[in-house]
Design a protein around this ligand. Structure first.
Ligand code: PEP
Ligand code: MG
Length: 566
């Protein structure tokens, strides 16, 4: 067995963890699939119903645990799974399969789950693939009950780095509480609920490392780098000491950075806001000193549903978020489902039009509680943008509440499709603001799959930088705000370049807010602008990264090094 073993995955929660491995779920449960007699159908149905009830109770308990530790704000993460336990498409379909096909509950569960997942997995959007993972998580809970496994068998009994095939969010709540210090999973994505729970608990996490080498033993020392996605199993004592030093320094750094300012070396203030997926993240955004919510990904409210929540349900959530953040601004993005379900305002079917209108109305009604803005994702033509704005006007006209009718609501757009960046000066005439999404912009410019772990480097490609420059120049000339809310702004090396291109507002994942401020304080804008000019002349993303590291390293080097970024 060679050691150390190095694995690479997706960095899902920042920080460094060092600890003994605890491998869970190594013996994959083998599904026993069998046919049942007519006479056994009712007892099999009863067995399945019991499993649903127990599984629901387990998730309720996890919800309570979460509430006790973190208050009510985080608990709704688990509501999705509770709702799925009552979902006709899933639960009723399983009972039907037991009844009609005369098969045992495990088989019926597996069959229905696979059928429901198929179209979701075929969709290009990570949103839908995440929903397939939610189905897997519910399946995992139910299977555990059917097999009579106890949750307590999963509990960690000392400081450990958990290593798992995957972890359901409810299990994550249970298992990521202290003394667990880190998490590594074979599967998973940075936007998954499990990743959100890991960030909530501040547990450094790497997901999606792929099939784990079989020989990882419990107790072997594992290093988890939640910045780079690197995992080392069986590290040498020197590597271990170095990682422990980085871990301790980062913890101290985070504490010290919570209330610092984001002013560059040459005295320019940069606005650092937070990207949020769930209301539960608002508290942490405030704690980390975010100056607002620059991107609220509302589609996360629809995780468990085939239809979005009603206008009033949405209003309730939006109001809570806006009130908690007031007087800081919250920018709500309309549902971004991508793929064929994309809610483009100009070519909607009647049903989707109704959904979008109830969302716009809820945002208009919530805007009285504080400072609110609305933006549309994936806008590709000026016609679409104008269609979206007409829809906002139509919604205003239909509202009964006079103050909501007249609400101050800037309406902007994401610049994340190349056509929008190319013609930015035409779009900007019709938009109150731009929010640049570097994730999709790089994806569509370079035909690079967002799921590919190498895609993190792509915003630095000179072709993407050229589009980023067009967007910020058009907005600045028109005197309209233009923020960067894609993950380029969250990359501590690329951020200097974004500032050099002229961006003065950024929005980053909640956990990155303090780090972004620290980077900003070490940037000299004039030097960054020169680097940006030269970067536009480079021929590859790698060359750009080298250029930034060489030229901004004078001031940022120590911070990057300390955080293990370069
Ligand atoms: C982006 O595309 O950069 C973006 C911020 O939107 P999302 O990641 O939600 O697609
Ligand atoms: Mg996007």
């Amino acid at each position: 067995m060679t050691r150390p073993t190095r694995l690479k995955g997706i960095a899902a929660s920042i920080g460094v963890a060092v600890g003994p491995a605890r491998v869970i779920g190594r013996e994959r449960r083998r599904l026993s699939c069998r046919r049942i007699e007519d006479t056994s159908v009712s007892s099999e149905l009863a067995r399945f119903e019991q499993a649903v009830a127990k599984s629901r109770a387990e998730i309720e308990a996890a919800k309570q645990e979460l509430t006790q530790q973190h208050g009510t704000t985080y608990a709704p993460i688990l509501d999705v799974y509770l709702l799925m336990h009552g979902d006709a498409l899933l639960i009723d379909a399983i009972s039907e399969a037991i009844r009609n096909d005369k098969i045992n509950a495990e088989w019926a569960l597996s069959r229905v789950a696979e059928r429901l997942k198929k179209p979701l997995l075929e969709d290009a959007s990570s949103y839908f693939r995440e929903r397939a993972r939610d189905i897997d998580h519910v399946k995992e809970h139910l299977l555990r009950q059917l097999c009579g496994e106890q949750r307590s068998e999963l509990a960690a009994d000392g400081p450990t780095v958990l290593i798992a095939h995957d972890l359901t969010p409810a299990d994550a709540v249970h298992m990521l509480a202290p003394p667990t210090v880190g998490l590594v999973t074979e599967k998973g994505a940075g936007s998954s609920h499990t990743a959100i729970v890991a960030r909530t608990f501040g547990v450094p996490t790497v997901v999606g490392v792929g099939p784990l080498p079989i020989e990882i033993e419990d107790g072997e020392v594992v290093l988890v780098d939640g910045f780079s996605g690197d995992v080392t199993v069986g590290a040498s004592p020197e590597e271990r000491r170095a990682a422990e030093t980085r871990r301790d320094r980062f913890t101290a750094f985070l504490k010290a950075e919570r209330s610092t300012s984001a002013v560059t070396r040459d005295g320019v203030s940069i606005s650092v806001r937070a990207n949020v997926e769930l209301p539960s993240e608002v508290e942490a955004a405030l704690e980390n000193g975010a100056e607002g919510i620059g991107l609220y990904r509302t589609e996360f409210m629809c995780l468990d549903r085939r239809e979005p929540p009603s206008e009033d349900e949405q209003l309730d959530v939006y109001r809570r978020v806006v009130t908690a953040m007031a007087p800081k601004q919250v920018v709500f993005r309309t549902f971004d489902w991508r793929g064929d379900k994309r809610l483009r305002a100009h070519d909607l079917g009647e049903r989707e039009r109704t959904w979008l209108k109830s969302q716009i109305k809820a945002v208009l009604r919530a805007s009285g509680e504080g400072s609110v803005a609305l933006m549309f994702p994936m806008v590709a033509t000026v016609e679409e943008l104008r269609g979206a704005q007409s829809l906002v006007d139509e919604c205003r006209g239909e509202l009964k509440d006079e103050s909501a009718k007249l609400a101050q609501l800037p309406v902007g757009m994401m610049v994340e499709v190349p056509s929008a960046a190319l013609l930015a000066e035409r779009f900007v005439e019709h938009a109150d603001f731009f929010a640049v999404g570097t994730n999709d912009l790089a994806h569509y410019t370079l035909a690079f799959d967002r799921r590919d772990s190498r895609s993190a480097a792509q915003p630095l490609d000179p072709a993407v930088l050229t589009l980023l420059e067009r967007a910020i120049t058009a907005a600045s000339n028109a005197n309209k705000p233009c923020s960067m809310c894609g993950d380029m702004a969250a990359d501590p090396v690329a951020l200097g370049l974004a500032l050099g291109l002229g961006y003065r507002q950024i929005s980053v994942p909640v956990s990155v807010v303090p780090l972004a401020r620290a980077v900003i304080r070490n940037v000299d804008l004039q030097a960054a602008a020169e680097v940006a000019r030269d970067a536009l002349e480079c021929s590859s993303a790698d060359a750009v990264r080298r250029l930034v590291v060489d030229r901004l390293g004078k001031h940022l080097g120590a911070l990057w090094k300390e955080q293990g970024i370069v």
